[in-house]
Design a protein around this ligand. Structure first.
Ligand code: ADP
Length: 614
């Protein structure tokens, strides 16, 4: 048996289509919300796994927590608490102070005046604004606004399925006004630089912030690692109790806002584990991302597609050139590689989607393995068929050739043993030896023809010859044989025109059909040969007899090698059951077809459909 080495262009084309198809399916799936969600979970996982080393924070949160609220008498006195806090930290000269409190409405005049005073003393004050559902900007009232060096928007970006904030829009537009994010404004103010825009990034001083215009200037937030304990927070309550804590704010960017649970201004982060982070802390984290320059950049779509194709190619390569344990081990390595890719990329601050690579590797390996399996099964089946064919051939050799060989052996032994054999007897034996050896030679010739034809080793000539000539030559050869049975061979109408192919092989086919028609017909009948143009531009050449015929089941088997019908066996006509299988192969090699119509006891019609020579 041949060990199936899957070569052959067609098989490889199928494999290529399978693995590339797998990559295409994986990439397409990644574009669905289902795929995106998988990628996000993988992102969160890597986010927790690959945390950066803690850094010295550049910002501090001035928080109005539960205790502060309690002390000041609830939400109604938020502004007083904020004013107190700001006044306490201003001696420490923070680099900038961002406020994340709604200041769009006036409250009690004395309270607002207090806050105004506090704002007046605050260096680099940045106030918030956000877009209302009616697309209007809600901004601080002018009384406060006039102290601000910048107004920043405080919109977060929550995932629509799991509500996790993984990124933030650095810009937001409503009406005619477009605003930068609060943290970005603080960063700009601290840097003392402008924000410069290009299609792929924003630049503040020397810091290039990757955030594409066409994606809405979204930036991934690099939340401070768990080991760092988040951005430091100091509550107004604690500041009141220990004013020296104000020193913690020295030179820092301050984010002032409410952290008390009651406000509900909270967001989930990849670290969250379902504990939400106050909005003000999220802003501080955005600032830390900018200040540390720790940007997470998404890999380009082209790179993802190319990597998927590469993984698919590897899967194809593995099952094309390796087998058994080696293929399995290499397959596992490929899966591991597809998993490692997003992790390695994440370490380099590149966000590589997890699903397309994983899915490509899995699907492509499964497809390639199935391909290999099917190929192996086909090779096994082919080997099995080959074995049966050889077994049949051997049976043929032993059965069919034994008779002439026995005759030859017997006769030659007799001749050599009896030297006094009469001349007439000796002559008769010599003739027997001669005719039997000729029969043997014919059998061997036929047998070899079949083998060579089916192995595709028979070289076919390409000649051009008229249909009439082919038919006439064959009938002439068959006529003496027909006359012995008083069978008339008639040629009816034949279409004009030429055929192209191997004349000798074609003659073999037509002659075979003619001799079969004669062989399987009783004496005093007629064999008719006729032709016509087929609708499909081919020539139909029919040989019709009035012989023993066959039933449907028999017709279905006559092209099998060594098959003979019961009627044929009983007719006394010698045969091997090979002729028609050669005829079928010759016709097929010429791009033609063969049809059989037959009825037991009535006769048969064999029709060849042959291509015209152009
Ligand atoms: P062979 O004639 O040597 O047996 P073939 O391959 O030429 O082998 O034909 C296979 C079988 O098909 C024959 O044995 C016979 O049973 C059947 N057959 C072929 N031609 C005819 C025919 N014209 N009429 C009836 N049976 C036929």
């Amino acid at each position: 048996m041949n060990v199936p080495s899957p070569n052959g262009n067609r098989a490889h084309a199928v494999l290529a289509a399978l693995v590339l198809g797998s990559a295409a399916v994986a990439i397409a799936l990644d574009w669905t919300s289902f795929g995106q969600q998988f990628d996000k979970y993988a992102y969160d996982f890597l986010f927790r796994l690959e945390q950066p080393k803690p850094w010295a924070p550049n910002s501090v949160i001035l928080e109005i927590d539960e205790r502060t609220l309690e002390k000041y008498g609830g939400m109604a006195n938020l502004r007083t608490a904020l004013a107190d806090g700001l006044e306490r930290i201003c001696t420490a000269k923070p680099a900038a102070v961002a406020i994340d409190l709604i200041l769009a409405e006036p409250s009690v005049p004395q309270v607002d005046q207090r806050l105004e005073q506090a704002f007046a003393q605050t260096h680099n004050l940045v106030l918030p604004a956000y877009v209302m559902p009616d697309a209007r900007w809600e901004e601080p009232i002018p009384q406060f606004r006039k102290y601000a060096v910048a107004i920043g928007q405080v919109h977060a970006d929550f995932d629509q399925y799991d509500s996790v904030s993984r990124d933030i829009p650095l810009a937001k537009a409503a009406g005619q006004v477009r605003r930068w994010a609060l943290a970005l404004e603080v960063f700009r103010v601290v840097k003392g630089a402008d924000i410069l825009e290009s299609p792929n990034d924003l630049t503040v001083g020397t810091v290039r912030i990757p955030s594409r215009d066409r994606d809405g200037r979204v930036m991934r937030i690099r939340y401070a690692p768990v080991a760092m304990g988040g951005v430091p927070r100091v509550s107004v309550y604690d500041l009141d109790a220990r004013p020296q804590l104000a020193e913690l704010f020295r030179g820092k960017a301050v984010f002032a806002g409410v952290t008390a649970q009651a406000t509900g201004d909270r967001a989930l982060t990849p670290y969250s584990n379902s504990v939400a982070m106050p909005g003000i802390e999220m802003n501080a984290n955005v600032y830390e991302t900018l200040a540390q320059g720790m940007f997470l950049v998404d890999v380009s779509v082209v790179s993802v597609i190319l990597s998927c194709m590469l993984l698919a190619g590897c899967a194809g390569f593995i099952f094309s050139f390796l087998s058994g344990r080696f293929a399995n081990t290499a397959g596992i390595c490929l899966i591991v590689l597809s998993q490692a890719l997003p992790a390695v990329a994440f370490r380099r601050s590149i966000v590589w989607p997890w699903l397309p690579g994983t899915l490509t590797a899995t699907l492509a390996l499964a497809a390639a393995a199935s391909w290999r399996h099917l190929l192996l099964r086909r090779a096994l089946a082919a080997a099995g068929a080959e074995k049966t064919r050889y077994q049949k051939a051997m049976q043929f050799v032993t059965h069919e050739m034994r008779t002439p060989l026995t005759a030859i052996q017997g006769s030659s032994e007799l001749i050599s043993r009896y030297s006094a054999m009469p001349e007439a007897k000796r002559k008769q034996m010599a003739e027997l030896i001669n005719s039997e050896s000729k029969r043997l030679a014919r059998m061997i010739e036929t047998f070899l023809s079949v083998e060579r034809l089916s192995a595709g080793e028979m070289e076919m000539k390409h000649e051009r010859f008229p249909v009439t000539e082919l038919v006439e030559r064959c009938t002439e050869r068959a006529r003496p044989f027909a006359e012995r049975k008083q069978i008339a061979i008639e040629i009816s109408t034949l279409p004009p025109g030429h055929l192209s192919g191997d004349r000798e092989l074609m003659e073999y086919a037509v002659y075979n059909l003619l001799t079969n028609a004669v062989k399987y017909s009783p004496a005093n009948t007629r064999v008719r040969v006729f032709g016509e143009d087929d609708k499909g531009g081919r020539i139909r050449l029919s040989i019709e007899d009035q012989g023993i015929g066959m039933d449907k089941k028999e017709v279905g088997r006559i092209f099998e090698r060594f098959y003979r019908t019961k009627r044929a066996e009983q007719s006394g006509e010698v045969g091997t059951g090979i002729g028609l299988s050669i005829v079928e192969q010759i016709v097929a090699q010429h791009g033609g077809a063969i049809q059989v119509e037959s009825e037991p006891g009535k006769g048969s019609r064999f029709t060849l459909l042959l291509n015209r020579a152009s």
